[in-house]
Design a protein around this ligand. Sequence first.
Ligand SMILES: NC(=O)c1ccc[n+]([C@@H]2O[C@H](COP(=O)([O-])OP(=O)(O)OC[C@H]3O[C@@H](n4cnc5c(N)ncnc54)[C@H](OP(=O)(O)O)[C@@H]3O)[C@@H](O)[C@H]2O)c1
Length: 247
Amino acid sequence: MKIAVLGATGTAGRLVVRAARAADHDVVEASRASGVDLHTGAGLSDAIAGCDAVIDASNPFPTDPAGDVVSAFADASRRVADACEQTGVRALVHLSICNIDAAAFDEFDYYVAKRAQEKVVTASSVPHAIVRSAQWMEFALNPAAVEQSHDRVLVQDWFIQPIAVATVADVLVETCTDRRHRDIAGPEQIRLPDLTGRYLRAIDDHRKVEGVAAPFPEVSEGVLLASPNTEILGPGPTEWLAGLEHG
Ligand SMILES: NC(=O)c1ccc[n+]([C@@H]2O[C@H](COP(=O)([O-])OP(=O)(O)OC[C@H]3O[C@@H](n4cnc5c(N)ncnc54)[C@H](OP(=O)(O)O)[C@@H]3O)[C@@H](O)[C@H]2O)c1
């Protein structure tokens, strides 16, 4: 199968490219670095022409930091869906986030933007599947919840059930073939300050980690944890961190 990976240079995208190649697929890597801009559509149709499947692992924040995140994300997804329709792509696999429908996130622009993307993909006539992932182990240093300085790291008290991004990448590649919607999370619940502290120690970084309040109390109270229909996929934090320590 020939698969285009949108966001191929990103945290998820890099591992999706690796997973797709490991599964013997031909891969087209697409991002602005390779001349594909989802804000304008430049290069998009050319990049995905002839592909059987497209995995959208992009994160198309507006170029202007004051820009409207919701319309930037929705418009990018619309361009992707339109280009898939025009070029005859047979599977569009869209990467999203678990539990974004919760009312707690109604005022959280980023999750509202992810909801808007899902709506665009669902409404399109391209055969598609949405993979909703829990936060990643790699979220341990995500600037959305973690603020770093030279001697300390402030971490919002998110209560999460993290999954390794390598696992997410494998699921995205499988989904090109079976086109099943999936909700996926890791096997253990953990508080983000704990995960960040353990991650930093594993990479021999001894800055002080301090927990701070999350922007919405629900995030600390479990709104992001796996729901009953979520698939649980390892590794858990201990095994994942051991993998880092052993290189
Ligand atoms: N972090 C988590 O825990 C988590 C959990 C579940 C789902 N997700 C979702 O996973 C997706 C990927 O996240 P990530 O952290 O891997 O993203 P990332 O590291 O920020 O990478 C974003 C990718 O998108 C590309 N990109 C950004 N703007 C673009 C544009 N205008 N046109 C074309 N390409 C563009 C970037 O490449 P260029 O800069 O070269 O364009 C890069 O390859 C996001 O949709 C996120 O919501 C994240």
